[in-house]
Design a protein around this ligand. Structure first.
Ligand SMILES: [Fe+2]
Length: 128
């Protein structure tokens, strides 16, 4: 059973998808069930920094990956940054190689209980 905002990956072809509307069925790709991506956090961080860093300036919220900027090369880059509130996705930005590993979200009137998550093409899902 899926839940809204979950992210799944096909271990065979590498396709990644996010659940917009939850349902009772299983997500299947390449003939097998897709795997739920569990977000990693600070405790699992190695030498590359993946944990999103949130900065709040009034109603502007910036999310950078990570404390040392993450590479944004063709072979290794951040493809998604999502801003969350109370554990639910409220905004997001897709990224491509060559861009800055950062997203700026405007007009966030309520900045309580914000968190962020990001997706690295090599190292998976990370959350603040
Ligand atoms: Fe990475």
């Amino acid at each position: 059973m899926t839940e809204r905002n979950q992210i799944y990956k096909c271990e065979h072809c590498g396709i990644i998808t996010s659940v917009i509307q939850a349902g009772g069925g299983a997500l299947v790709c390449c003939g097998t069930e897709m795997q739920l991506m569990e977000a990693k956090a600070t405790a699992q961080e190695g030498k590359e920094k993946h944990v999103p860093v949130i900065e709040i300036d009034g109603s502007t919220v910036s999310v950078s990956v990570g404390s040392v900027p993450h590479p944004m090369e063709e072979a290794h880059f951040i493809s998604l940054i999502q801003l969350m509130q109370n554990g639910k996705v409220i905004m997001g930005k897709t990224l491509s190689p060559g861009e800055e590993p950062k997203a700026v979200f405007y007009n966030i009137e309520n900045t309580e209980n914000l968190s962020a998550r990001e997706l690295c093409n090599l190292h998976g899902l990370w959350e603040s």
